[in-house]
Design a protein around this ligand. Structure first.
Ligand SMILES: [Zn+2]
Ligand SMILES: [Zn+2]
Length: 258
């Protein structure tokens, strides 16, 4: 099984909770592979994700600049980020996008960092991992304008409704479902999880946050992704092992993960 999106950042998992122990627990739980996202904990999270991927052959990574950190964008730092993107362990750019829920960076700054990364992804022929919170369709608008679907678009931790999901899928996009789907009060996400076409569906933990039931409230880690997959299978009336074959295949195809 693959966790398509986690943050195995040494600043998050340190000491006895170190990254190596987290990876070992994932493998013991049947989660053989994971993609650690080098974005979201400052510009330096890209370097740290690459170091983790180099140490673990079953871990691959992305590099990018999260909308929360968009104010850190400078041309020089962006050049350094793109240099990392050429390494063989790096399978995608991101997560990137717009977050108008927290608004940690000014919106114009978020848009600029987002567009620059999309242009780089096209130039490098890499797929992109998208973070979208309450942008009211602007994220999809920018993705279309920048031609991002040509190299692959994955909406991670998808929190939109079914109609919005169908628009993304119609463009060729992929949808990743997080552990929130196991929460009782997540009717909208459950409807989406049941409706995503089976060839566009991925699952993720987005660890360290939002652990699925029965670990809700604890620190999240890739070992818990089977609970999310089981809930999605139940919502779809699917056999979990059969669904897993699809989500694993989709993840490998999307990231060109050989
Ligand atoms: Zn995110
Ligand atoms: Zn994330």
């Amino acid at each position: 099984m693959i966790d398509s999106h986690c943050h195995l950042d040494p600043t998050v998992f340190s000491g006895d909770e170190g990254v190596d122990a987290v990876v070992a627990r994932a493998v013991a739980a049947g989660v053989s592979h994971m993609l650690t996202v080098g974005s979201g904990y400052g510009f330096d999270s890209a370097d740290r994700a690459l170091a983790v991927a180099r140490r673990h052959p079953n871990v691959r990574c992305s590099v990018g600049l999260h909308p929360h950190d968009a104010a850190e964008f400078t041309p020089e730092r962006f050049e350094a980020l793109l240099a990392l993107a050429g390494q063989p362990e790096v399978l995608a750019l991101g997560e990137m996008g717009l977050d108008y829920h927290y608004d940690r960076a000014p919106r114009e700054v978020q848009r600029h960092a987002f567009r620059e990364q999309l242009r780089a992804a096209r130039a490098l022929n890499l797929p992109v991992i998208i973070h979208d919170r309450e942008s009211d369709g602007e994220t999809l608008h920018i993705l279309r304008e920048e031609g991002a679907f040509a190299t692959g678009v994955l909406y991670h931790c998808y929190t939109g409704n079914v109609a919005q999901m169908e628009e993304i899928v119609a463009e060729g996009g992929h949808i990743s479902i997080p552990g929130i789907v196991t929460f009782k009060n997540s009717a909208d996400m459950q409807a989406v999880a049941a409706a995503v076409p089976v060839d566009r569906l991925l699952v993720e933990t987005d660890s360290p946050f939002l652990a699925p039931v029965p670990y809700r409230g604890r620190k999240n880690e890739p070992a818990y992704v089977p609970f999310t997959l089981a809930r999605v299978a139940q919502l779809r009336g699917a056999d979990p092992a059969e669904l897993e074959r699809h989500t694993d295949t989709n993840t490998r195809r999307f990231f060109r993960w050989s």
